[in-house]
Design a protein. Sequence first.
Length: 167
Amino acid sequence: MASASSGSRLLPLAAVTALAACSGGPAPSKCGPASGVVAAVVDGDTVELQSGERLRLLLVDTQEVTSGKNECYGAEARDYTRQLMEGKAVQLAYDEAGCTDRYGRTLAYVSVDGREVNSLLVERGFACVLHISPAGDDRADEFKGLQAEAKGAGRGLWGSCKSGGCF
């Protein structure tokens, strides 16, 4: 009787485990983890996870505020990214055509609370599009459209920087 009882308890546990594995969560990627917690914001387009992994937001370039630089709208971009992500759990997606940049940072689309930060930064004028093919090829036009809208509306750096925005 004990073995029948044990077996009846194992079946539901196995079913729950199988359902959890098929829950529709993010698929594993060769580029990096599906999620993490942002420990620090380096600047507007670079963050560090609690795991130590450094992420560069894919298709995004913000003005510099590191290494002694203080470019127009860089501090605003950094502060906005910090407000959105620092200390928060994030979901990560990748373009497996290019997992890292030339500095070894993992390239990712980062979402927090259901909002993708990459597109928000461009849409709100905190960042410009940086497309280095092949990474981001499938979404480059979308991001260029967001940038054109921000520029046309004079949002963020487009209305604040004498250089007219991007570098």
